[in-house]
Ligand binder design. Sequence first.
Ligand code: ADP
Ligand code: MG
Length: 701
Amino acid sequence: METNLLQKSILYLEGVGPARSILFEEELGIKTLGDLVNFFPNRYIDRTKFYKIAELKESGADVQIIGQITSIQSVGTKRKMRLVATFTDETGTMELVWFRSTKWIAQNLKTGVDYVIFGRASKFKSTFSMPHPEMELRSHFNKSLRTALEPVYPSTEKLGKKNVTNKVVQKLIQSLFLQFQNRFQETLSEEIIEQHKLVSKNEALFQIHFPQSQEKLSKARLRLKFEELFFIQLQLLRKNILRKQKIKGYPFQKVGDFFNQFYKEYLPFELTGAQKRVLKEIRKDVNSSAQMNRLLQGDVGSGKTIVALLSALIALDNDYQVALMAPTEILAQQHFESINRMLGDMPVKVVLLTGSVKTTARKEIHKSLIEGDLHILIGTHALLEDTVKFKNLGLVIIDEQHRFGVAQRARMWKKNVLPPHILVMTATPIPRTLAMSIYGDLDISVIDELPPGRKKIQTAWRFDKNRASVFQFVREEIKKGRQVYIVYPLIEESEVLEYKDLMDGYESIVRSFPKPEYQVSIVHGKMKPTDKEYEMQQFATGKTQILVATTVIEVGVDVPNASVMIIESAEKFGLSQLHQLRGRVGRGADQSYCILMAGQKLSNDAKVRLQTMVDTTDGFEIAEVDLKLRGPGNLMGTQQSGVLSLKIADIVKDNAQLKMARYAAIDLLKKDPNLNLPGNKDIKDTYREIDRKVGVWANIS
Ligand code: ADP
Ligand code: MG
């Protein structure tokens, strides 16, 4: 259909007056004919089957019957009045009943002609009765655009109250199609349609509203899903290309002494293939004149820190400063220590800036930052304060991105003339499909290989009654010189309860692991930072063998000698948290273990979570399960939910279509970056139209 026709109000249709048009807009967001065409059914009722009255057995089934009305009568008085019609076919008799609009219905019902009725038949005493049936003269029924599968459209309570039934919506769409069928604008190119064996736009729209068979319906759905995902991908990919053209960055043209000296003399191990590949990707990005915006995904322990450090050294070689931001003080501290350790006596000035740095020291840091003799600044949110000014910030590395909002990312840019390059690191693997849709405009690197010599962490799921044998196992591990974490869940609603659980647990552990043979540390959120620090230190240096903790140790803590992770009330943790916690062990060369202690009564989801942990250590696989259990909205937080409100495609389920759509979009942009080829005109028009409306993905970065 010509685009301007689609933009016409639904008032244009017969049967829609001002009141109804307001109702449609308020309840369903439908204003134009275009909105109505794209208002898809959410399910279908099989109308291929016709029942005989004598066949009715079940009470409450939706059935379709052909028959005639033999008599009509009003029963009861005034407000309790109802209209009852006797309905007959060659096998028997039933009743049709109306409680509302009885007068109007009574005037319009015809006796002695064939009707097709549809509705829910319920048995009262020995007769079946159907309240408010949908009915149509058989002669009309045969002529209409009816199909085997009857669409059921989304509705609302208010629409129901105002008698805007599914039937009404169907009729409107039908009248729209009777006028405009086969005149809808194609949105894809012939090439793409052929290559992916899609049906045309006209065919898809017709079959989604009036499916002639299951098969034609599924082809229609496939086409519409593909199209929806395709234009999202096209948008994201083009945005990425445009960003690179538009947003200039500082080119880091050389690799100099800092990097080379470190690589030759200080690198503590050979880089894995994945680390090398990622470093190359980063190097290529920062060497161009566009700003880097890269997401680095790598499972816990995959070695992201060294990649961050090597990237930082490239920035230093080009006379730029680097900021490294971590979500917690402990993690910032840890980065500071491990980076300093790795740098050894190299002339690189690294400073830690967290909330607990005193004012005088802080001023000192600010001064050396702006003067430029400080190279790498590591810290928490404190780095985002306005008083923190760099001489020339060239690279920002953000660890654990999901804790920092996009807004904060943008804030860091404002401190510079040109935006610094940005490397976002996350150990929470984002399922590829989701990453494609949400971060499609970021470049993504993946470290998909663990450093050599790591043994797969053995994971078991145990109940309270197995506690004695679990503790026995712990004793044996400690005898071998290993260390053990025991973690209690953080219950946000009740800090008191959490604290009590932890303390009870701690006491029973101290009883089972008595001094002087065993030393037990404890850390939790209520402790003073200095006490926490002390206890962590005791464990890190091997003075204590067991660390009892809440989830404060979730991220970052690195004690390679710790080889057992016991998670108490494991059913209360989410999958990604369990995965993060497990990642605290398995950092050394020894075989490591993770034991999930769970209660007896478990929800199905909890069982799936625990079993998934037992079955796999692959973070991406775990993330996929998490996505299926919790849905994309919960997984990613609300700020990106816009991108997830798709009309017909499902980011979780329509994996294959998403990939297909993405590759089609990549391929298209390669051949025709500005969509100027005549064959791509329909795509360009549609793209423009979506752009004009500022589509669903407007609210990301
Ligand atoms: P994460 O990706 O979780 O931040 P880290 O950077 O902390 O991982 O690395 C985990 C551990 O693996 C560290 O002890 C680190 O020194 C070590 N490591 C990293 N890369 C390698 C490698 N290529 N070979 C051997 N050990 C490595
Ligand atoms: Mg890390």
